[in-house]
Design a protein around this ligand. Structure first.
Ligand SMILES: Nc1ncnc2c1ncn2[C@@H]1O[C@H](COP(=O)(O)OP(=O)(O)O)[C@@H](O)[C@H]1O
Ligand SMILES: [Mg+2]
Length: 261
C-alpha cells in the first residue's frame, strides 16, 4: 500500500508559563516520540482523553507547530523543514476541521465569501469557475444554494460544520484531519456529519485522521486506531483487533469509561 503521510519520532515540549499559578514543572512533553504511517484511502483513528496531545500532533502535521523533534513525510517527501512557500502545496492537500467551527468561520462574512476565500490561492480561476466550485461543495455537504447568503450566526451547529467541511474540500485535499469534529453535536446531527465524511471519502478519494476522545466513535469509522495516552501512542492496531482484543490497560479503561459516563 502507498503511504500518504508518515510521522516519525515526533516529540513536542511546551515551555510552561512562568506564572506562579502554573505547576512548578518548567516544561511539558505534550507529544512523546510518536510514529505512525497512514496509507492512501485509509481512515486512521486517534483516540485518547482530553489533554493527551492529539491536537498538538494535528498542529504539527498541518505545520502550524514547527518547533518539535522528528520528521513528517507527505507522499514520501520529508516536509519537516519546508518553508512557508513550499508548504502551500501541502496546506492545500492537508485540511483540518475542528470541533468549534464557529471560531474558524469569519462571523462578518457570508457563506459565499467564506467559501471563495478558501480559493484565494487559486489565482487562475475565473469568477465563474469559483462560483461553480462553491455550488459544487455546498451540494456535496447537502446544503442548497440559499445558504450562500447566510452568515455563520444564521446556521445551526450541524450546518456550520457542513460549511467547514465544504471549505476544507473546495481545494480537493488528499487528507482531512477531523479533530473532535462532531464532539459538540448531538447524536443525530453527529451521525449525519459522519455520513458526509464517509461519502466524501469515496467521492474524493480522501484519507482521514479522525481524532476523538470517544473510542466507540473512532472504531465506527476507522480502519486502524492509535490509542494515545499522556503524549504517547500506547496501542496501534486494526479496528477489529482493538475491539476484539484491546491489549493495553488504558485502552480497556477507555472502553469501560464509555459505558459509565
Ligand atoms: N500552546 C500551549 N502551551 C502550553 N501547553 C499547551 C499548549 N497547547 C496544549 N498544551 C498542553 O499540552 C497538552 C496536550 O494538549 P492537546 O494537544 O490540546 O491535547 P488534546 O487535543 O488531546 O486534548 C495539554 O496538557 C495542554 O495543556
Ligand atoms: Mg484537542
Amino acid at each position: 500500500m502507498e503511504s500518504i503521510l508518515e510521522v516519525k519520532n515526533i516529540t513536542k515540549i511546551y515551555k510552561k508559563n512562568k506564572s506562579k499559578y502554573f505547576t512548578n514543572k518548567e516544561y511539558q512533553k505534550a507529544v512523546n516520540n510518536v510514529s505512525f504511517n497512514i496509507n492512501k484511502g485509509e481512515v486512521f483513528g486517534l483516540v485518547g482523553e482530553s489533554g493527551c496531545g492529539k491536537s498538538t500532533l494535528a498542529s504539527i502535521i498541518i505545520r502550524l507547530i514547527k518547533d518539535h523533534e522528528g520528521q513528517i513525510y507527505f507522499e514520501g517527501k520529508d516536509i519537516t523543514n519546508y518553508t512557508e512557500k513550499d508548504l502551500r502545496y501541502i496546506r492545500k492537500n492537508i485540511q483540518i476541521i475542528f470541533q468549534n467551527s464557529y471560531a474558524s468561520l469569519n462571523p462578518k462574512k457570508k457563506v459565499d465569501w467564506i467559501l471563495r476565500e478558501s480559493l484565494i490561492l487559486e489565482k487562475k480561476l475565473s469568477k465563474e469557475e469559483k462560483n461553480k466550485k462553491v455550488d459544487e461543495v455546498l451540494d456535496m455537504v447537502g446544503l442548497n444554494q440559499t445558504y450562500k447568503n447566510r452568515y455563520p450566526y444564521e446556521l445551526s451547529g450541524g450546518e456550520r460544520q457542513r460549511i467547514s467541511i465544504a471549505s476544507a474540500i473546495i481545494l480537493k485535499p488528499k487528507i482531512i484531519i477531523a479533530d473532535e469534529a462532531v464532539s459538540s453535536l448531538d447524536v443525530s446531527i453527529s451521525a449525519q456529519i459522519l455520513n458526509i465524511f464517509m461519502e466524501l471519502k469515496e467521492r474524493l478519494n480522501l484519507s482521514y485522521i479522525f481524532i476523538s476522545h470517544d473510542l466507540n466513535l473512532v472504531n465506527f469509522l476507522s480502519d486502524r486506531v492509535a490509542v494515545m495516552y499522556k503524549g504517547e501512542i500506547v496501542e496501534l492496531a486494526t479496528t477489529e483487533e482493538i475491539c476484539k482484543n484491546p491489549k493495553h490497560d488504558y485502552t480497556k479503561k477507555l472502553y469501560s469509561s464509555q459505558f459509565t459516563i
